[in-house]
Design a protein around this ligand. Structure first.
Ligand code: GTP
Ligand code: MG
Length: 470
């Protein structure tokens, strides 16, 4: 797979100032030589160019000029893929980039698959799997916090920790295996105690990393919040306030919003997808019943809700139905329109005093925040309440250094399970062969995270999430 030469447009499709066509593989310079005509005394043919230099010229196809370009030559191994790489910066029109790419493909390169450049960087040992994933995270980051996490991961901060963990487990495994090979010697009591201690330390570290999974998921994928409440409560006004611009139509007519509207806002560094909903019952026509169906759908996928009340009016029967309907959901109660005289009295809200388990994202008591979507009063407090609801504790710098994703979580959970078994077996003095089996499973699962043990299927599932050209 690494013997061929791949090419793709590395910039987004559309009209722009520039587009970049990237080529990588053993035939890169030969392909570039076929399509590029240097112009001017400082420009060289790709095959004669020194590494990491830029050359002005033309891309030619059947004797015709396709585009005027700048061509960068980067020879292996100091490149993104560790192979020879050429990047051609051409004019950013849909057609010019496509024609330059076609010319390159006609001269010996093949079209790259999504993520194939990064996959090569991984296969050639330039990146480990967590770093490769960080490249995709970096591209998809929607807030600065998410970007910071991606950058730390790309720099190898998570990989360092995982490798250390794997080394520790390997070390215990090596000791255990050594004793299997020399069964006449028992493990000395202090060695035994040391092995137990090392294994416990490894497990504690796994638990620490596993605790970052919820936050890691929120930062990478965002969290969904549905805005609900009776007609005219100010749901669309609230969406607009949270986004900082007028996205949804606001009007004094109840039932203005008939479709669900979805937008991502940056709330204290967290990407929150807010969904403004239409009503939940009483359709007057077909459009409204479709709107209601969509509202219910958004509610089902929302991780929490903002329940909006009109504070300038007494509680209505409809408000009450909504209150009971959402009693089981994580929610924030928003009393809107507090610029007007307040007439609303909320009933005492059920707040079951269940102790919050250490690893649970939400507390069960709903927060109440007073806002005015007319004046903007209370919106900052609402953002704080949202942050407190979805994020357990402070956002600390060291936490951002290593924040696992769901793939890491899955592998670590398996590693932890096996480590628990190995620890119990070692404590109870069960035959060392069994201890070794569980330890081996744990080492392999941890290795999967950085790609020390990986399968084609795993790589396919990771790299297909990339864009073409990356
Ligand atoms: N005084 C005052 N009026 C508000 C406030 N928020 C919203 N309104 C008004 O209330 C009316 C309804 O606001 P919307 O945001 O359209 O309410 P909604 O809940 O989206 O309504 P539907 O989409 O019809 O269900 C509009 O006339 C808004 O200008 C507020 O904080 N103070
Ligand atoms: Mg509305």
């Amino acid at each position: 797979m690494l013997d061929d030469t791949i090419a793709a447009i590395a910039t987004p499709l559309g009209e722009g100032g520039l587009a970049v066509i990237r080529i990588s593989g053993p035939q890169t310079l030969a392909v570039a030589e076929q399509v590029f005509l240097p112009v001017g005394k400082n420009s060289r043919k790709p095959g004669e160019a020194t590494t990491h230099t830029i050359h002005y010229g033309k891309v030619m196809r059947a004797g015709q000029q396709v585009d005027e370009v700048l061509l960068s030559v980067m020879r292996a191994p100091r490149t993104y893929t560790r192979e020879d790489v050429v990047e051609i910066a051409c004019h950013g029109g849909l057609l010019s980039a496509k024609t330059v790419l076609d010319t390159v493909l006609e001269n010996g390169a093949r079209l790259a698959l999504p993520g194939e450049f990064t996959r090569r960087a991984f296969l050639n040992g330039r990146l480990d799997l967590t770093q490769a994933e960080a490249v995709a995270d970096l591209i998809h980051s929607r807030t600065e916090l998410a970007l910071q996490v991606a950058n730390e991961q790309l720099a190898g901060k998570l990989a360092q920790r995982i490798n250390q963990l794997r080394d520790d487990l390997m070390n215990v495994l090596a000791h255990v295996e050594a004793h299997i090979d020399f069964p006449e010697e028992d493990i000395a009591p202090d060695t035994h105690a040391q092995l137990l201690q090392r294994l416990e330390r490894g497990m504690a570290f796994m638990e620490e990393l596993l605790r970052t999974a919820d936050e890691g998921r929120i930062l990478r994928r965002g969290i969904r919040a549905a805005i609900v409440g009776r007609p005219n409560a100010g749901k669309s006004s609230l969406l607009n306030q949270l986004l900082g611009h007028d996205r949804a139509i606001v009007s004094p007519v109840p039932g203005t919003t008939r479709d669900t509207i979805e937008e991502t806002a940056n709330v204290r560094g967290l990407p929150v997808v807010f969904v403004d909903t239409a009503g939940l019952r009483e359709a007057r026509d077909e459009i409204e019943s479709e709107g209601i169906r969509r509202s219910h759908q958004s509610l089902a996928t929302a991780e929490f809700i903002l329940h909006v009340f009109d504070a300038s009016e007494p509680l209505t029967a409809e408000d009450e139905t909504y209150l009971t309907e959402f009693a089981g959901k994580k929610r924030i109660i928003v009393r809107n329109k507090i610029d007007l005289p307040v007439k609303l009295t909320l009933p005492a809200l059920a707040s079951p005093e269940v102790a919050k388990p250490a690893n649970q994202m939400f507390s069960s008591r709903p927060d109440t925040v007073d806002v005015s979507c007319l004046t903007g009063q209370g919106i900052e407090q609402l953002k704080d309440a949202i942050k407190d609801l979805v994020w357990s504790g402070e956002i600390k710098a060291e936490m951002l250094e290593a924040m696992i994703n769901s793939r890491h979580q899955d592998a670590l959970s398996r590693a932890h399970e096996s480590a628990v078994l190995a620890l119990a077996a070692l404590r109870e003095g069960v035959t060392l062969e069994l201890v070794a089996v569980d330890l081996r499973i744990a080492v392999n699962a941890v290795g999967e995270i950085v790609g020390k043990t990986s399968t084609e299927d795993l790589l396919d599932s990771i790299f297909k999430q990339f864009c073409i050209g990356k």
